[in-house]
Design a protein around this ligand. Structure first.
Ligand SMILES: Cc1ncc(COP(=O)(O)O)c(C=O)c1O
Length: 416
C-alpha cells in the first residue's frame, strides 16, 4: 500500500495533479457556500444558500430528460398500431445463454465481492483491452464499474474536482457528463476545439467516440491531440468508448491505442450494456493510467462501489466471447439499414451515424417539432436538445427496437 501511495504521488506530481488536489482542498475548506453556475438545462438555484446549510444536490440538477418526453410518449402510444419506441438505447434482445449460465453458476455468493474485481475478471478485462484497445502495451490499470453511467456521473467527484475546476465535454453529448460535473461542483464547458478554451483551469476532458447521440467517430489524430493537450496541462482525458464494438461506416479506435503504450492522464471507459445486452446487469469497467485507476479504487473501496459477484462472473463469460457480439452487431446492422432508408425516404437527413447505436436525424426544424411529428405517427425519438443546445435541430433514433417494430416504423414512414 505504501509503495502504491508513493507511486501515485510520483505520477500525480509529474502530471501536476498533486498541486491541483491541494488547491481543490484549500478552495473548498475556505468556503461554506458552494455556488455553481447554472449550466444549460439546469434549474436555477433558488434563494441564497446560508453558510453551513445543506446543499441540496438535486435542486441544481436538470429535470430528468426522459420525463420531459412523457407527453410525446402518450401521443405515440395512442397510435392504433402501438408505439415504436426509439427514444432510449436500451437493448431488447436476449442476454446470451452462456452469460446467463455464468451468472447463475455464481449466484451462491454470500460474501462481499472485491471492489477491484476477481482475479478472473481482472484478467478478462486486461485481455480484452489488450486485444481491442491497447495492442501496444499492457502497463494500464483496470477496474470494474457498476455499469458505466455511475462512473461517468461520479468521475469528477472521485478525482477530487470541485469549484474552480473546469471540465470539458463535447458540444452535443450524453447528458450524464454534465450531471457529473454538477455533482462535483466544478464548471462545465462544452467545446470540441480545446484551443479555444483560453486560461480556464481544465482538469478533465471527456471525449466520446463513437458518439452518443451523433454517431460521430473521432479519428486517431484527433484523439492523440487531445491526449497531448491534456498531458501538457496536467489534465485527465476520459474517453467514453461504450459504442466501440459497433462500427458501421468508420473504424473507431480506443484512445488507449494512440498513447504509444504510455497511459498517464488517460482513462478509457467501457460498458458491456450494448456489446453484450447486459444493461440490466450493470457491467462496465475503466482502464488506463494505473495511478489514476488505483486512486479510483481507493475511493470506491471506501464508498462501497462494488460490482456484485455474480455479475463479475457474467462479465468474465461476456468478455471471453466475441461470437455473441458479432450476432448482436448483425441485428443492429439490419435494423439500421431499414430505419436509415425509411427516414431518408421520409425526407430526413442522416448526419454522422457512422458508428454506434443511433441515427442522428434532422428535418431542419426545432427538435421538439420533429419529435411531435414522429409521435403523431406512433414513433418516439429523443430530441437533440437533450444532448446540448447545439443539438436543437436534430432527433436521435435508437436501433434498439425489435425487428417487428422496426418494420412497423418503416411502414409508417413510407406512408408519411
Ligand atoms: C455515451 C454513453 N456512456 C455511458 C452510458 C452508460 O451505459 P451503462 O451505464 O449501461 O454502461 C451510455 C448509455 O446509454 C452512453 O450512451
Amino acid at each position: 500500500m505504501e509503495g502504491l501511495r508513493r507511486r501515485q504521488l510520483l505520477v500525480l506530481r509529474r502530471a501536476g495533479l498533486a498541486r491541483w488536489r491541494l488547491e481543490g482542498r484549500q478552495g473548498r475548506e475556505g468556503r461554506g457556500v458552494r455556488r455553481r453556475p447554472a449550466a444549460a438545462g439546469a434549474r436555477p438555484l433558488t434563494g441564497t444558500v446560508q453558510p453551513g446549510a445543506r446543499r441540496a444536490l438535486a435542486a441544481g440538477l436538470p429535470d430528468f430528460p426522459w420525463d420531459r418526453l412523457e407527453p410525446a410518449k402518450a401521443t405515440a402510444a395512442r397510435h392504433p398500431g402501438g408505439i415504436v419506441d426509439l427514444s432510449i438505447g436500451t437493448p431488447v434482445d436476449p442476454v446470451p445463454a452462456a452469460i446467463r449460465a455464468a451468472l447463475t453458476a455464481a449466484s451462491d455468493a454470500p460474501g462481499y465481492p472485491l471492489t477491484a474485481g476477481t482475479p478472473e475478471l481482472r484478467a478478462a478485462i486486461r485481455a480484452w483491452v489488450t486485444r481491442w484497445c491497447a495492442p501496444g502495451g499492457d502497463g494500464f490499470g483496470v477496474l470494474p464499474t457498476i455499469g458505466s453511467k455511475e462512473l461517468v456521473a461520479w468521475l469528477p467527484t472521485l478525482l477530487g474536482l470541485g469549484p474552480g475546476d473546469t471540465v470539458v465535454i463535447p458540444p452535443v453529448c450524453y447528458p450524464t457528463y454534465e450531471v457529473g460535473v454538477q455533482l462535483s461542483g466544478a464548471t462545465v464547458v462544452r467545446a470540441d476545439a480545446l484551443t479555444s478554451l483560453g486560461p480556464a483551469r481544465v482538469r478533465l476532458v471527456w471525449v466520446n467516440s463513437p458518439s452518443n447521440p451523433t454517431g460521430r467517430v473521432l479519428p486517431p489524430a484527433h484523439l492523440r491531440k487531445v491526449v497531448d493537450w491534456a498531458r501538457e496541462r496536467g489534465a485527465v482525458v476520459a474517453s467514453d468508448e461504450c459504442y466501440l464494438p459497433l462500427p458501421w461506416e468508420a473504424e473507431p479506435v480506443s484512445i488507449l491505442s494512440v498513447c504509444d503504450g504510455r497511459f498517464d492522464n488517460v482513462l478509457a471507459v467501457h460498458s458491456l450494456s450494448k456489446r453484450s445486452n447486459l444493461a440490466g446487469y450493470r457491467a462496465g469497467f475503466v482502464a488506463g493510467d494505473p495511478a489514476l485507476v488505483d486512486e479510483l479504487l481507493a475511493v470506491r473501496k471506501h464508498a462501497g462501489m462494488i460490482v456484485p459477484a455474480p455479475v463479475q462472473a457474467a462479465m468474465v463469460a461476456a468478455l471471453g466471447d466475441e461470437e455473441h457480439v458479432g450476432l448482436q452487431r448483425d441485428r443492429y446492422a439490419a435494423r439500421r439499414a431499414v430505419l436509415r432508408a425509411a427516414f431518408e425516404g421520409a425526407g430526413f437527413t442522416v448526419e454522422h451515424s457512422e458508428a454506434g447505436l443511433y441515427l442522428w436525424l434532422t428535418r431542419d426544424e426545432d427538435s421538439w417539432d420533429t419529435v411531435a411529428w414522429l409521435a403523431e405517427r406512433g414513433i418516439l425519438t429523443a430530441p437533440g436538445a437533450f444532448y446540448g443546445p447545439a443539438g436543437g435541430r436534430h432527433v436521435r433514433a435508437a436501433l434498439t427496437a425489435d425487428d417487428e417494430r422496426v418494420t412497423e416504423a418503416a411502414k409508417r414512414l413510407a406512408e408519411a
